[in-house]
Design a protein around this ligand. Sequence first.
Ligand SMILES: [Zn+2]
Length: 138
Amino acid sequence: MKHDRNYIQKEVKQQTKKCYKKEAREESIRNWQSQWEETTKGAITKEFFPSVERRLAVNLHLNTNVTTIMSGQGNIRSYLHRLKITDSPECPCKQDIQTTEHLIFQCEKLTLRLLMSYIYGAPILDVSRSHTTTQHSR
Ligand SMILES: [Zn+2]
């Protein structure tokens, strides 16, 4: 009898703990979502993840390259030019300003295969300079 009561108390404690954890997580996601909706920053990232729920559904292995592509901030000419690090925001393909959108949807020098290798880490591709060297070595 005593054993049963201990078991039940332990079980109730565990369930209560699980319940609090779940509530805390849901509350945290709701707060994150409202901050995500309120901020005027992260326009490019919002293109990839319009909601926190969508972001959490993706198992992303974040690295510098992924962050650069998904934020538009990093080793991309439009960003480097804005910071006055490069003279021109133009992509080496000479078709447009080098932005995340340009690299993903327009740049004829950056293929999907190269973009994926860029995102997944190897080889490191410096999109702020020329990607013709990597392109021709395929
Ligand atoms: Zn280009």
